[in-house]
Ligand binder design. Sequence first.
Ligand code: NAI
Length: 392
Amino acid sequence: MENSNNHPVVVTIEGDGIGPEVMPWTVAAVDAAVKAAYGTERSIKWQEALAGKLAMERTGSPLPTETVDAIREHGLALKGPVETPVGGGIRSVNVALRKALDLYACIRPVRYFEGVTAPVKHPENLDVVIFRENIEDVYAGIEWHEGTPEARKVIRFLQEEMGFDVREDSGIGVKPMSVFGSKRLVARAIQYAAENGRSSVTLVHKGNIMKFTEGAFRDWGYEVANECFPGQTVRESELKKGETITPGKVLMNDRIADNMFQEILLHPERYEVLALPNLDGDYMSDAAAAQVGGIGIAPGANIGDHGAVFEATHGTAPDIAGQGKANPCSLMLSATMMLRHMGWTEAGDRIESAIERLLASGRMTIDLASAAGSSNALTTGEFGKAVVGEVS
Ligand code: NAI
């Protein structure tokens, strides 16, 4: 999205735990990168908003209406990790925010950074962008505890009217996946691949078992490729043996989820963009991030047609909060995604290459340093300052 406004408002949600440690350095890095790239031509006006435990303490709600309204109004937010307080009336602040703003695509680019210790021999072979459906599937929140009148009612319906044999002592969950929800996610993944020179989109699903939800996700994915990207996409099954696609086109293929978990380890170089239903996408995002050595550095974005929230993928890390040990890379790289989404690519590139240089030269926070067997760790502040210095 090209942002015509050179001085846009971006809503920040600092969040809980290590959020207040990593957010100020991320804001400082973005301001420095924007200044270095565009001088005074462009700048961001930051507007703070509350969510999570702090919001609950200050306003009595874990997700105040003003926060949702501010993001809806300005369209862009940068978010730290939040704790969902007990008694706030919602199961998860993050899920509630995604639903309120219809942020249907969770996007996670996963790549290796030199200097980071990874559990595989060639982590650099993995460079994928994961598009996870963010609203539907078993995350829709339609479930009933075992033994409740609601669970019993659904079980009776399944037994008496649908002829299924369901044990009386079952908990029940529902897995809705729609044509609309699946197609708009896959369309976004194809659009991204076409615009960013990525040559394939892989539909990942468990359709061999769940035929009318996950299997349908695959079918609808192929359908939307035909309907919305005719001539631009080629189905793998249409290629002759040994034939490759014309440069500029996007290859569409699909893999069953369990096979895909092997593929990403054995042949990571074969995959570029993955499109997945919600639960498969949740597992795959963390597995892929772990493969390159860093859930702590993996960035993420939740994007809809009318707003986008860029957020660190880790949690509030209560075990290290307030100790200067937090790694700000995940939030900084999420901010990089935001700058690129705004069309401010040069500023985004500056932050990513600053992080690349620092990690490659062994300058890192303790989480990465201890994995690398180094006793030379930087504090959050020292690392943040180094990024600001590098981007300027
Ligand atoms: P977590 O990601 O907070 O922590 C897992 C481990 O990773 C901990 O050892 C932590 O110290 C470490 N870690 C995480 N981020 C780090 C960073 N930036 N630098 C260095 N080390 C880091 O996950 P956990 O413990 O499962 O969740 C803690 C809280 O965070 C819970 O309340 C959970 O609900 C919330 N959470 C919030 C998320 C969000 O707002 N997007 C996402 C995940 C969890």
